[in-house]
Design a binder for this molecule. Structure first.
Ligand SMILES: Nc1nc2c(ncn2[C@@H]2O[C@H](COP(=O)(O)OP(=O)(O)OP(=O)(O)O)[C@@H](O)[C@H]2O)c(=O)[nH]1
Ligand SMILES: [Mg+2]
Length: 191
């Protein structure tokens, strides 16, 4: 069994949008109505199996007030995926999406980084599919979901599809590198 390089997933968004609740619902299957702000940063780790390969996944649950709208800290530049969380009841305007787009463009230089747009609290207010798709497309996201940490709707899907996309990117990168090496070798043989 192959142990792979850890996968780093940053969960970002303004304070109180539901980042910690989203992760808690996924990892523990529970939901808490009482708001307890995340001070700075919390890291959770998960071991996952994908075929013959084993991955350690680190989830970086950021505290909204600590990070945003300041420049995101350096670890975000090295992550494999960023899950941007917005709450359906108060922060899905076009100007906020533009703001996120700038923050991500400024901080994430690796085009392989999977950008995920999550609108949560959909038990309180729900966007239409076309509203969600429009916002996510304008923001330049690769994946988008509407979720509720309270009901659990789509929560597992967010994390499963994000991890699948990261692993698929890595596999594609390995194939591309293998192909480049093979071409170099063929060129050397011809000389
Ligand atoms: N109705 C509803 N409430 C939610 C949902 N997700 C989170 N909440 C509530 O929203 C509040 C904030 O949730 P948190 O998950 O702590 O928010 P956060 O983004 O981690 O906040 P910070 O750590 O301060 O950045 C809490 O009172 C949660 O119970 C949801 O899907 N539906
Ligand atoms: Mg939190």
């Amino acid at each position: 069994m192959n142990e792979q390089r850890p996968i780093n997933v940053v969960i970002a968004g303004r304070a109180c949008v539901g980042k910690t609740s989203l992760l808690k619902r996924y990892r523990e299957g529970s939901f808490d109505e009482i708001y307890s702000t995340t001070i700075g940063l919390c890291i959770e780790t998960q071991e996952i199996q994908n075929g013959e390969e084993r991955f350690k996944v680190n989830y970086w649950d950021t505290g909204g007030d600590y990070l945003f709208p300041c420049r995101l800290p350096v670890f975000i530049r090295k992550c494999d995926a960023v899950i941007v969380v917005n709450a359906a009841d108060n922060c899905c305007s076009l100007s906020q999406i533009d703001e996120w787009k700038c923050v991500l463009q400024e901080n994430i230089k690796d085009p392989q980084t999977v950008l995920v747009f999550v609108v949560t609290k959909c038990d309180v207010k729900r966007l239409t599919d076309s509203q969600l798709t429009k916002l996510a497309t304008i923001g330049g996201f690769n994946l988008w979901f509407q979720t509720s940490a309270k009901s659990g709707e789509n929560v597992n899907l967010v994390f499963e599809e994000t991890i699948d996309a990261v692993i698929a990117n890595r596999k594609k990168q390995q194939i591309d590198m293998g192909e480049q090496k093979r071409r170099k070798f063929e060129c050397c043989c011809l000389l």
